[in-house]
Design a protein around this ligand. Structure first.
Ligand SMILES: *Cc1c(COP(=O)(O)O)cnc(C)c1O
Length: 395
């Protein structure tokens, strides 16, 4: 696949993407679209971005050969340790990038939505560091599910606005953040995943692509080759997967698997497996695959993990799935929980519930001992301890 010219000038990956926005946001999106590549490519930006990634986030994150897990699944498994990033997940790779863009555009205030709270914490963290005002929209249900992250954001100086409409989760927080931006056009809206109107999906994928750039270098050192046989990542909106896939999209060798949340099961009505259940439509400013009824009402998603509880997927993934360049599978809440407990016992690593979805797919793949797999461990499990406690039974 040749992706060098993607997305096109209007932000399309094939039929997916674009910018479907209210007129009141034209100027903001236009300003961003006209300037983001210029800013990203400037030496000043590159220097500050990479300096912060190295000295503040702790990059490069290790590519860890998980020997016990490899033995269990009779194959060779590497874990890309995004869980070791400052603030506990890959999200900060993107927040640093976008906040530097906001500063270059002269913005003083950042608006963001958050689901699990990881994006909100990463945003509030970088706002504290770079002295910007920070307003976070969060679903009221998620505020209860992720109380520790709410406390972190408050300590970091952010104002938190609860989203009380709809299912009171990520989709509703995103709606309210967009509404907030319309009312406050001088602020910068910082999207936390590879979704939203162009240029956000492209910008987020580019900032997260540091993950696959490092995998290439690290695999070359460990295995004498840059390209693994398979890369696996969980998919909410699709930012950690976009970052883990990015450098391999044009590879003829590397297979790509994205894992979505099947929730209680694909057929139960409590699911967030957009690529399996969704159809083409428009959500949050872009044309992609979304979970909707026949007359276009968004179907409330469900996942045990707040970070995957989203009824859409970024346009890049819709495109890769449609062209069969990447395969999108799903696992249930229960399968993800078991995979989290298994990794903890096998390797002494407590993964985020989101990342546990990527691990759980190992049970469903045909694996061989001479394959090299990379699983993107998108985050750590500290925020999920209450959920793990609810489901943990000593055997
Ligand atoms: C937010 C989050 C995700 C899901 O978001 P993507 O944009 O699909 O990566 C996955 N894992 C962790 C740890 C997260 O915090």
């Amino acid at each position: 696949m040749q992706t060098l010219n993607m997305p096109d000038k209007k932000g399309y990956y094939g039929e997916y993407g674009g910018a479907y926005i209210p007129e009141l946001l034209f100027n903001n999106i236009n300003e961003l679209e006209q300037n983001y590549l210029k800013i990203i490519h400037s030496t000043e930006f590159q220097k500050e971005y990479h300096d912060l990634l190295e000295n503040y986030v702790g990059r490069p994150t290790p590519l860890y050969h998980a020997k016990n897990l490899s033995e269990q699944f009779k194959t060779k498994i590497y874990l890309k340790r995004e869980d070791l990033c400052h603030t506990g997940s890959h999200k900060i790779n993107n927040t640093i990038g976008q906040i530097l863009i906001a500063k270059a555009l002269g913005k003083k205030r950042i608006l963001a939505e958050t689901g699990a709270g990881q994006h909100g914490v990463a945003t509030a963290t970088v706002c504290a560091l770079l002295k910007l005002e920070c307003i976070i929209y969060m679903g009221q249900i998620d505020m209860h599910r992720q109380e520790a992250n709410v406390i972190r954001m408050k300590m970091l100086g952010a104002t938190i606005i609860p989203a009380i409409s709809g299912s009171k989760t990520l989709k509703d927080a995103t709606n309210e953040a967009i509404r907030g931006w319309i009312n406050d056009p001088d602020s910068y809206y910082l999207i936390g995943s590879a979704v939203g109107p162009h240029p956000y999906p492209d910008m987020v994928a580019k900032f997260q692509s540091i993950i696959s750039k490092e995998i290439k270098q690290q695999l070359l050192k460990a295995e004498g080759m840059e390209e693994p046989d398979l890369v696996i990542a969980c998919v909410g909106g699709g930012s950690n997967a976009a970052g883990a896939f990015f450098e391999f999209i044009d590879s003829k060798k590397t297979k790509l698997i994205g894992v979505e949340a099947a929730g209680k099961g694909i057929d139960t009505g409590y699911s967030a497996a957009t690529m399996t259940l969704g159809t083409t439509g428009i959500l949050h400013g872009s044309r992609s695959i979304i979970m909707q009824t026949k007359d276009g009402q968004i179907i409330e998603p469900h996942s045990i993990s707040a970070g995957l509880d989203y009824p859409g997927i970024g346009p890049l993934h819709a495109f890769l799935g449609k062209r069969k360049r990447a395969l999108y599978l799903n696992v249930t809440d229960e399968e993800a929980l078991q995979a989290a407990f298994n990794l903890t016992k096998q390797e002494g690593i407590i993964p985020a519930l989101e990342s546990a979805h990527a691990l759980a797919i190992l049970n469903k793949l045909e694996l061989h001992k001479d394959q090299v797999l990379v699983i993107n461990l998108s985050g750590r499990g500290d925020k999920d301890l209450p959920t793990y406690l609810d489901h943990y039974h000593e055997k």
